[in-house]
Design a protein around this ligand. Structure first.
Ligand code: FMN
Length: 365
């Protein structure tokens, strides 16, 4: 695992975001082979990974995840828990060794919600202790925090259910708790999506009104950046046209935004592209050795697509010369050099997820 993550940094990614890492020994774990950050032993194991990435000149973010009702393997509990007792759509992901329908979750009572939030907070402290450069709260892709955000999945009638402002409450509270626990000088991000691993077509019913509620709530919770993901991040967020989800995140949060999703197509405009505005050349989020990259947008409008940092023509590691890098990446014809230094990339939160060691398919965490 350390070697896997190190390779990203050696290949030129300025910042690596880990796979979703479970946060407590109650209901958070998503599958039996998922890494965690729930005790000192797990933190120590991550410390080795962090050291490897740092040694290769990269920075690394711990992505904190609670699977909620989408858990398909958890040695700590026999059942699952979510916002409401509703069987999730779709089927368990074979990619994570699941099969058949998801289980009926228990509806989380107030104490269980508090326990989940505390798990995120404690995991962020362990991440910091393990040497991570920042943490990212996984609020996307259908997992616990996204379950609370999603109408129909969240059928609660308490303060966590109903309108978007109530449904985003748990995600914002989690960001706030992580921010408080990890400290004011530690960067905290949050990942947001409409689509889910078990419901690819989901779209926010409240459309831009929802965006107007959700993104400011996350900024108010203390997030330093928003990380949006869509199947094709450069397309309008909603069916009838309009801005991308990344652009809405930027507009309504005022924060730096990382955009992810289908950005390996060099012909597609960057997700924050605005006609007539200066943008950097769009770089494909290359599937480097079948791993997925991501792009980043700066806070002030122009969008930098940084996930193809490994196409950077400069040697990015003392152990890898430019010639060696080119030899390792023979398909780079037509790809454009990255106009930013690795240091600039880091400042702008470029990223990749190291978990994506399989071929690209419809399963993602
Ligand atoms: C096998 C696999 C595992 C993934 N695991 C994670 C994860 O742990 N956390 C996360 O935020 N995204 C995860 N993703 C989603 C990717 O980060 C990304 O959103 C998705 O692949 C779409 O982007 P792309 O079109 O650039 O591939 C995973 C994707 C795949 C294929």
């Amino acid at each position: 695992m350390a070697e896997c993550y190190r390779e990203f940094a050696e290949g030129g990614f300025g910042l690596v975001i880990t796979e979703g890492t479970y946060t407590d020994k109650v209901f958070a774990q998503g599958d039996l082979h998922q890494p965690g950050l729930t005790d000192d032993a797990q933190a120590a194991a991550w410390h080795h990974v962090v050291e490897e990435v740092h040694a290769a000149g990269g920075k690394i973010v711990a992505q904190l995840m609670h699977a909620g009702a989408l858990s398909q393997g958890n040695p700590h509990r026999t059942g699952t828990a979510g916002p409401s007792a509703t069987v999730p759509k779709g089927a368990q992901m074979a990619h994570f060794r699941g099969a058949g329908p998801y289980r009926m979750p228990d509806e989380m009572a107030a104490a269980a919600i508090a326990e989940a939030v505390a798990g995120f907070a404690a995991a962020s402290v362990r991440a910091r202790g393990a040497g991570f450069d920042r943490v990212e709260v996984h609020g996307a892709n259908g997992y616990l925090l996204d379950q609370f955000l999603t109408e129909g999945v969240n059928r609660r009638t308490d303060a966590y259910g109903g309108q978007a402002a109530a449904r985003v409450r748990l995600m914002a509270e989690t960001v706030r708790a992580v921010r408080a626990a990890a400290g004011p000088d530690f960067l905290v991000g949050v990942r947001v999506s409409q689509a889910k691993v078990n419901d690819h077509a989901h779209s926010w019913a409240g459309r831009e009104d929802d965006a107007r509620t959700i993104f400011p709530a996350l900024a108010a919770g203390g997030a330093d950046y928003i990380h949006t993901t869509e199947h094709e991040a450069w397309r309008p967020a909603f069916k009838d046209g309009g801005p991308t989800l990344a652009a809405l995140a930027k507009k309504h949060s005022g924060l730096p935004v990382i955009a992810n999703g289908g950005l390996h197509n060099p012909a597609a405009p960057p997700p924050c592209w605005t006609p007539g505005r200066r943008t950097w050349p769009h770089l494909p989020a290359a599937h480097w050795r079948n791993r997925t990259g991501r792009s980043a947008c700066a806070a002030d409008g122009p969008c930098w697509s940084l996930t193809a940092a490994h196409w950077n023509p400069w040697p990015t590691s003392p152990t890898r010369t430019r010639a060696a890098q080119a030899a390792a990446e023979p398909n780079r014809a037509g790809w454009q050099p990255l106009p930013l230094s690795v240091e600039q990339q880091r400042d702008l939160h470029p990223s990749t997820t190291g978990a994506e060691h399989g071929n690209r398919d419809s399963t993602w965490r």
